[in-house]
Design a binder for this molecule. Sequence first.
Ligand SMILES: [Cu+2]
Length: 361
Amino acid sequence: MNLTPFIPEIASTQAYQFELLFWYIAITTGLVGGAVYAALAYFCIKYRRGNTTGSTPRILGSHRLELAWTVMPLFVFMSYFAGGVIVYNNAAHPPEDAMEIFVIGKQWMWKAQYPTGQRIIIGGNPRNMTEAERESIGKLILPVGRPVKITITSEDVIHDFGIPAFRSKMDAVPGRYTQVWYHPTRTGEYHIFCDQYCGTWHSLMVGKVKVVEQKEFDDWLMGHTPLQGSRNAVDGSLAHEGRQLFLKLNCISCHSSTPNGKAPVLEGLYGSRVPLRGGGAEIADEEYIIKSIRRPRLAVVDGWESIMPAYDETQVTKEQMDALVAYIRSLKKGQTPDRTEYFPAPNGAPTYPRTQSPEKK
Ligand SMILES: [Cu+2]
């Protein structure tokens, strides 16, 4: 018997737990509801008008009955609650040894990045993609029988990464990192949907997750060349956050993609030798980058005015500094974002101020 219309495929440990709880609640509430309607129908007929069954006894309350119908449902409802806590708690805490994959939502595609640097584009319209994106179109490949943790964020509006066969979905929120984890139990292909309406081509944000044997997964990883410059997903996510900060803090107004006379371009800075005003030079490592942001006067780049404001911890927190450093460290030639790129665009807000809409340029 094919139950698919009623019970979608079950392909993860959480999906089993979810189904168990769902059917437990559906059946117990269904039984009680059914009993109420059955009694209703029975009494409708038994005590119909004109019937001569006679009068009912006069009952003025029964503590035992009242206690029974209060306490029994209490236990039943508490069992729903307990089941919910167990399932939720399990879903909210990925195991320590989970492999981490990073997923970014972007109107209207998903970008998945593996710890080894491989990148996959899921969904979207190939005609609106860059060459590199088009070449990475594919399925999210996962190994069976092993936990994976998915860290999710968005580059623009709110999306939602949903896989029905895993009974899992999670919002992708700009500027925030959310998390889900799966333990796939069956090989096969399952749907991925964007479960949050996100604009005109929301319907294109669909794709497949393909669960394969560990060996096949390893072979696939080997054959799929990693992206250059991405060391691992954690680093990639931090750099991504730093990129957003770089735009938000308006560093971009001086450090744009072209030397605009205000400030040096930061592409390829990491690891290079920077000549300083007044002689001497420094290697641009993490320490140098942090010093350049916290106390720019201490190391002014030769040939530039010392106009960069100092950013103390109220303006750039320690965590934000980590992200900025990861970003600058990862910044390669031609990767400085466009100055007119606004981030994060609030949901539904126009991307450009009306007076300078792209059509009028
Ligand atoms: Cu979406």
